[in-house]
Ligand binder design. Structure first.
Ligand code: GLA
Length: 331
């Protein structure tokens, strides 16, 4: 199938780790592509709080273990995603069965038990954790997102989560991960947060730029400015969830059965320019992870327009390399 094409991970061996988000199904259905082209994986959902820890103290590691076993068997790195996030975290963490708020110290204790159990289990395999995900607000008049973690634990929750993570897994690289990471206002807030934490001695080792981007933006210069600013903090950067939607923001069409030639041409150009930039910053960027493997399995099919097929990756629905793939490996 894809035998004669170069391996993404090999071509990028001197630059950064090449990752893909996987799930329990795609480690089977996409195993050929994974083994050939990727040397790092992230669990798409399987290491999130609600997947591992549905009710207090009752953990289900089956799917996460299957992913970790696949990675180990194939000599791949594993990024852990994610420990402290406002989404996909069960309600019981913050609210009891009668709808009363769980007191802060108790929420803290739950977080501690969760992190110790999960990070402890994968200590020897997971080399980097997205400790806190999406804590910065998108709104101009707010710094931190008004999340249940913030409401329960106050502003110190971010720094405390990193300190706790470091105490549990002292060798793990600890990341702050977010989206809209190239938008100037949000970018500056992420910068401010990480700068402040590091000045207090909090072990934040890296910034994860999710990279859910589109044909129309962010521009290469916006990405460059974000990379420059973040790397000025002396932290590692990783692109943690890269995909490029082929739809312009205003384009809400749901009837396309396959991408237009223009979409695929523009996607190829975008991937080419974005990877050229990543290569330029190889001393700061230590990993680039696609949010998926091939176009037959992507969350973009449901977001932001329900039921709309998208084609955001570099392998097509039949697992064949797209023009975008060739532009990424030929430089
Ligand atoms: C965010 C999260 C990811 C994933 C994507 C959408 O970016 O960090 O875990 O849920 O949204 O799939």
């Amino acid at each position: 199938m894809t035998q004669e094409i170069p391996s993404l991970a090999k071509v990028y061996g001197d630059f950064f780790a090449m990752g893909a988000a996987v799930n329990r199904r795609t480690i089977d259905t996409h195993s050929e592509l994974l083994k050939t082209h990727f040397n790092s994986v992230t669990a798409e959902n399987e290491m999130k709080f609600e997947s591992l820890h549905r009710t207090r103290g009752d953990y289900d590691f089956a799917s996460a273990d299957a992913i970790v076993d696949f990675a180990v068997a194939n000599g791949m790195k594993v990024r852990g995603h994610t420990l402290v996030w406002h989404n996909q975290t069960p309600k019981w963490v913050f609210e009891d069965a009668d709808g009363h708020l769980v007191p802060g110290p108790e929420v803290e204790q739950i977080q501690k038990e969760h992190m110790e159990t999960v990070m402890g289990r994968y200590k020897d395999v997971v080399y980097a954790w997205d400790v806190v995900n999406e804590a910065i607000s998108d709104s101009d008049d707010e710094f931190l997102r008004n999340s249940p973690w913030l409401r329960a634990l106050g502003e110190g929750f971010i720094g405390n989560a990193f300190l706790r993570a470091h105490a549990i897994a002292p060798d793990a690289k600890l990341f702050y991960n977010d989206y809209n990471e190239t938008h100037p206002a949000k970018r500056d807030k992420i910068y401010r947060l990480v700068k402040q934490l590091r000045s207090e001695g909090v072990p934040v080792h890296g910034i994860g730029m999710q990279g859910h981007w589109g044909l129309g933006g962010p521009s290469v210069s916006e990405i460059r400015e974000a990379v420059e600013l973040y790397s000025s903090l002396g932290v590692e950067l990783q692109v943690t969830e890269l995909d490029i939607s082929v739809f312009e923001f205003e384009d809400r069409r749901t009837d396309l059965k396959s991408p237009t030639t223009e979409m695929m041409d523009r996607l190829a150009e975008r991937y080419e320019e974005i990877f050229a930039l990543f290569r330029e910053y190889k001393s700061s960027i230590t990993g680039v992870t696609f949010w998926g493997i091939a176009d037959d399995s992507t969350w973009k099919d449901g977001f932001p327009v329900r039921g709309r097929k998208d084609w955001p990756l570099v392998f097509d629905v039949n697992h064949e390399p797209k023009a975008a793939f060739h532009r990424v490996v030929n430089f």
